[in-house]
Design a protein around this ligand. Structure first.
Ligand SMILES: Cc1ncc(COP(=O)(O)O)c(C=O)c1O
Length: 397
């Protein structure tokens, strides 16, 4: 689907590493080049034509993001450098002031480092308690979430879809549970927003973080969504130009209102404009179409791989378009290097979720992550290469 829109696919390349970052369509590249070639100016600072055009384009993207995740207002959308940045701001800009020693934050052992390390830092800093919801066959169940909640639970922070196994968490039920019990619900949407519909109101999400580069957009730009009344309380973790209305040498400082208050310094203007083009592109295909097609590709792969017993798949039953596997007796990195020999790109390692090895009991896996431009023919090629992998060590060593 739509392969002609992706210039990089003119090369001999099978790209199955979309969980790490996605390829960029010409429209996104053009939008970025257009800004740099034809109307470069800073944002929110000038009174000349190009500067006004930049302001308009930049703020238009805020509306596109608002529509994408169905929040109430553009003021609830903060542009950041990505999911990691967004989650850090939630933890150090909001939670650090909201939580107290002894308060409990629930996460799981399958979270990305970006949704673990900030909480562990906060635990050290102010004495909150980070607790892990037990996983059932590596998955989050609503029962286990319920059983993990105590009267001290103040926050649940989870990936909507994990980057290791691609399991889709029961976010609708967890969101309802959180709302009923006055627990804040933080969702890491890095692997969900590009692939499935995410409606922050329907899901009762209080804070959402995601990255443009995993949804066709440029690197170095992302989104922090927060419910307005929460964002109002979120302290800027970076201060400087663009976010203050006045300050004096004697220390009286007045900050701007949302969203400017949380966007200090010159933003990644080209990145934001590129993200807008990416959202337009995704909307033109339709998120539901993307979800369905990825699931089809995943099932296609699973059917084909069935008769290669040496390929161990760890996540047969999960919904997301992601396969975690190893070739029996082969270190995952060696498999990735072997596949690279055939210009097939997959990710090998622990996928930044280092503590999952305690639960999955394998240290490393190879990860295939599909997007809508992948094809059955590409999977056929991968299957052939996996089937004929007797010579793997000749190639790798
Ligand atoms: C689930 C999840 N959370 C967070 C991140 C971090 O995203 P970024 O590196 O864009 O900040 C990733 C990236 O792989 C991810 O998969």
């Amino acid at each position: 689907m739509y392969r002609e829109d992706f210039p990089i696919l003119n090369n001999d390349l099978i790209y199955f590493d979309n969980g790490a970052t996605t390829l960029k369509p010409q429209k996104v590249i053009d939008a970025v080049v257009d800004y740099y070639s034809n109307y470069t100016a800073n944002a929110h600072r000038g009174d000349y034509d190009n500067s006004l055009k930049v302001d308009m384009k930049y703020e238009e993207v805020r509306t596109k993001v608002k529509n994408l995740i169905n929040c109430d207002s553009e003021k609830e959308i903060i542009f950041t450098s990505g999911t990691t940045d967004s989650l850090n701001r939630i933890v150090f800009g909001y939670m650090k002031h909201y939580l107290h020693a002894g308060d409990e934050v629930l996460i799981t052992k399958a979270e990305h480092a970006s949704n673990v390390l900030p909480w562990l830092e906060l635990e050290k800093e102010i004495g909150i308690k980070v607790k892990y919801i037990p996983l059932e066959n590596h998955l989050v169940t609503i029962e286990n979430v319920k059983n993990s909640i105590t009267e001290k639970t103040k926050v649940i922070s989870l990936a909507h879809i994990t980057n290791v196994l691609g399991d889709v968490r029961p976010v609708l039920e967890i969101g309802k549970l959180c709302r009923d019990r006055h627990i804040l619900f933080v969702v890491d949407g890095a692997q969900s927003v590009p692939h499935i519909k995410v409606d922050v109101k329907q899901l009762n999400i209080d804070f959402l973080a995601f990255s443009a580069h995993k949804m066709l957009g440029p690197t170095g730009v992302g989104v922090l969504y927060g419910r307005y009344e929460l964002l109002e309380q979120l302290q800027p973790t970076i201060v400087g130009g663009g976010m203050n209305s006045s300050f004096t040498s004697t220390g009286e400082v007045e900050y701007k209102s949302l969203p400017s208050r949380l966007e200090a310094g010159t933003p990644n203007i080209a990145g934001v404009i590129g993200m807008g083009a990416a959202i337009d592109y995704l909307m033109s295909i339709g998120i539901d179409t993307i979800t369905e097609y990825e699931r089809h590709l995943k099932h296609y792969f699973l059917e084909k791989v069935k008769d290669i017993p040496k390929v161990i798949v760890y996540n047969q039953d999960v919904e997301g378009g992601l396969i975690a596997f190893n070739i029996d007796g082969v270190f995952s990195q060696d498999t990735a290097v072997y596949l690279n020999h055939y210009h097939i790109c997959v990710r090998a390692g622990n996928h930044c979720a280092k503590i999952l090895k305690e639960d999955l009991l394998v240290k490393n896996t190879c990860r295939i992550s599909f997007y809508f431009y992948n094809t059955e023919e590409e999977i056929d090629k991968l299957i052939e290469v996996l089937r004929n992998s007797e010579d793997i060590f000749k190639i790798v060593l």
